[in-house]
Design a protein around this ligand. Structure first.
Ligand SMILES: Cc1ncc(COP(=O)(O)O)c(C=O)c1O
Length: 459
């Protein structure tokens, strides 16, 4: 089938104004068209690859399994529902990646979609002067469901924004500057959050980052205490300790049971703030509403992102106690943003909280997670030379293979069998299993069978 004419090199020849209008209209027509013919579909595939190549970032085209493992036609996503994603050519993928944790409620949960649609028809973005009711309503709901005295929050759009805000709040409140973070920790890639990143590869090209960050092994509360003792002795200022309840990007690393309770005690003793980065673990992912709930700990600041937007809108927040929040209330414009807490995002957040609680998704994640962990472990024992470990909590599960090449081969084999998984950002040997929290038993068994098939093929 003859697709579009070869395109001129954009570095040599720019589109005219008329051509830009025509091209944008063509995409608007495709978007609103209920069905596409075969030519249109294949042209979308070709245009998408070319556009990524010429105008976005060729690197993504080179490494994505959806391009490299796709039998001649890149998998271009077109629609999704629940835990199934369909590409434009109609191939279906069982989603065990969950958009890196955003699809806890599944893709296009009807209640979340209808909340956002209703708000879209009324007022999509805030005037920035009149008070927007959904911002207040979502703040109330979050304040009511977060642990301990956590009550007041600020909304932004990404996990990294939540971490930046938490870091600024910790400095503002304590008047101190330093942070303690964990090896293998992942908190985002803007300058503040990157400074807390526990992996050299992402940090080194951007140094110097914040200088007063001290790294300790994850899960070792004694190491945190030692660092605070040293800091006290030599007069270093530490504002806060930052950790994930279960490390996500390090490959679903679960700390010992006494870790979080001890962190709480130590932080209180040394009068530094304890920040829980729940961007990936929050809203049920680990089988409890909050990761810290497993250990009944209330942090001083909590960051939430990803799933709070219901898989429909970008949304994140940092939340703290009324006492700590006073420093922000003295001067509310000291930390502000244009789009954070916009009405569409808040509508999605309100609906996401409703769905997570009403459908009891944390309990479902706990039950399905326990089943999957046990079944993965049984399967691992058939392939002990190449598959090193199964770990995780709830539906934040890591499968660690012998090296990153083998890990990639497993992910590619699953992709060819219609199952989406991905490596983790800090630990490429480890594949993440992070599906919607209501992932059914039948779906689990389908994934297990396809994984067995893949491993049999590879070994
Ligand atoms: C624990 C944690 N914190 C922060 C972030 C950064 O979130 P975002 O990519 O939305 O900036 C992530 C992303 O994976 C994360 O897992």
């Amino acid at each position: 089938m003859q697709l579009s004419q070869p395109r001129p090199d954009p570095a040599q020849q720019r589109m005219s104004r008329e051509e830009v209008i025509r091209e944008s209209q063509r995409w608007l027509d495709l978007l609103s068209s209920p069905t596409l013919n075969e030519y249109q579909k294949r042209r979308v595939v070709q245009d998408t690859v070319d556009n990524f190549d010429d105008y976005f970032n060729r690197g993504f085209v080179d490494y994505r399994k959806s391009v490299t493992e796709s039998d001649g036609y890149a998998a271009v996503e077109w629609a999704g529902r629940g835990d199934v994603i369909e590409d434009i050519l109609g191939r279906r993928y069982l989603d065990c990646l969950g958009g890196f944790g955003i699809y806890s409620c599944g893709i296009r949960h009807p209640k979340i979609i209808s909340a956002v649609r209703a708000q879209l028809e009324r007022m999509p973005m805030s005037s920035q002067e009149l008070l927007d009711p959904l911002r207040g309503a979502l703040a109330q709901l979050l304040g009511e469901i977060t642990p301990g005295d956590l009550q007041k929050c600020f909304f932004i759009n990404n996990g990294t924004d939540a971490v930046e805000g938490a870091m600024k709040l910790a400095r503002l409140y304590t008047g101190r500057s330093g942070f303690i973070s964990c090896l293998g920790g992942f908190h985002g890639k803007s300058y503040g959050s990157l400074s807390l990143m526990g992996k050299a590869e992402y940090r080194v090209p951007f140094e110097p980052l914040l200088q007063d960050v001290y790294f300790v092994p994850f899960g070792d509360a004694g190491a945190v205490e030692n660092e605070l003792k040293k800091a006290q002795q030599v007069g270093f200022d530490v504002a806060a300790v930052m950790a994930e309840p279960v490390q996500g990007e390090a490959g679903a690393v679960v700390p010992p049971d006494d870790y979080w309770p001890r962190l709480r005690e130590i932080c209180s003793h040394y009068e530094v703030l304890l920040i829980a980065d729940e961007v990936q673990t929050g809203l049920g992912r680990t089988g409890a509403l909050w990761g810290v709930d497993h250990w009944d700990v209330a942090p001083d600041i909590l960051c939430v992102g990803k799933a709070i937007g219901g898989g429909v809108m970008p949304l994140s927040a940092f939340i703290s106690t009324p006492e700590i929040w006073k420093v922000l209330e003295k001067n509310p414009s000291i930390h502000s943003t244009t789009f954070g807490g916009n009405p569409l995002a808040c509508a999605a957040g309100i609906a996401a909280i409703n769905v997570v609680l009403e459908e009891d998704l944390p309990a479902k994640a706990a039950e399905t997670g326990a089943y999957l962990l046990a079944e993965f472990e049984k399967l691992r024992q058939l392939f002990p030379d190449v598959w090193l470990e199964v770990r995780g909590k709830g539906l934040l599960i890591g499968l660690e293979f012998v090296d990153s090449e083998f890990g990639y081969a497993v992910a590619a084999g699953l992709f060819k069998r219609g199952v989406l998984v991905s490596g983790t950002l800090i630990n490429a040997k480890t594949l993440r299993i992070e599906p919607a929290l209501d992932f059914s038993r039948e779906r689990c068994d389908e994934v297990l069978a396809k994984l067995k098939d893949t491993l049999t093929d590879l070994t």
